[in-house]
Design a protein around this ligand. Structure first.
Ligand code: SAH
Length: 238
């Protein structure tokens, strides 16, 4: 059954209109009697049957609702440095599929791209959440500067500072992740990596560099692979 994100879902007859309705009627060519799922971002799926279709909206009859099983217990927030071209969009799509809850892009000393059209990222997250069956669309923050996000890292049970630096005695990720965390932050640098100053600011704040293996991964690979490993280590992949 196709899913549609809405502001609210009543347990009664309701209407679907706007862009979501257009998608349903024109792209999916839905018919009366078809069943769809509405997701009001409350972690539950609400099943409706299409009762009527007119030019601007679909009338839906409530059938039942249940907890959406795909959301992670772990609240993983990823801080990916802004990347060139559409690579941040790729990161948003893949992190959404992986169950990441918040994506907070940042601008650092070596980021080449200093701004991002956030509606593009929102759309990528929305489409990916639909495709992979999630009930929640990850929150996508507007890009912030590195010095703004640094203090936020203290809000998490654990922080994975992925650092490619050769001289750093990068810890293994399974030595840092305990597995019982409720919330984790993963921070990944841009194509040019972290600057000395940023590495010092992170290590001085007590965040030990973590290695993602002996090869230098592209930033987008590091965010995606790092998120996947954290999901596995905290028991989300069972
Ligand atoms: N300027 C670097 C590459 C940066 S890769 C160089 O060419 O040497 C972009 C980001 O991905 C890094 O800042 C880091 O956060 C992450 N990353 C890439 N490979 C990594 C690895 N082997 N271990 C830990 N982090 C890595």
């Amino acid at each position: 059954m196709r899913r549609f994100f809405v502001d609210k879902a009543d347990k009664s007859e309701t209407k679907l209109s706007g862009a979501e309705y257009k998608h349903l009627a024109e792209v999916l060519r839905a018919r009366v009697g078809d069943k769809i799922i509405l997701c009001p971002n409350d972690g539950r799926d609400y099943v409706y049957a299409i009762k009527a279709l007119d030019k601007t909206s679909a009338t839906l009859e409530y059938l039942y609702d249940y907890p959406n099983e795909t959301e992670c217990a772990l609240d993983l927030t990823v801080y990916p440095a802004l990347l060139k071209g559409d690579k941040t969009e790729l990161v948003v799509q893949k992190l959404t599929e992986l169950g990441v809850k918040n994506i907070r892009p940042f601008i650092s000393e070596f980021t080449v791209q200093k701004s991002e059209k956030s509606d593009r990222l929102q759309r990528a997250a929305h489409e990916a959440a639909k495709q992979c069956g999630r009930a929640i669309i990850p929150s996508i923050d507007k890009p912030q500067t590195f010095d703004k996000i640094l203090p936020q890292l203290g809000d998490f049970d654990n922080v994975v500072f992925a650092y490619e630096g050769t001289y750093a005695d990068g810890k293994r990720i399974d030595e840092v992740i305990r597995g019982d965390e409720k919330s984790v932050a993963l921070i990944v640098g841009p194509e040019g990596g972290f600057s000395e100053k940023e590495v010092l600011a992170l290590t001085d704040s007590g965040y030990m560099p973590v290695t993602l293996g002996k090869r230098i991964l592209r930033a987008e690979t590091a965010s995606i692979a790092g998120s996947a490993v954290i999901m596995f280590l905290t028991g989300e992949w069972k």
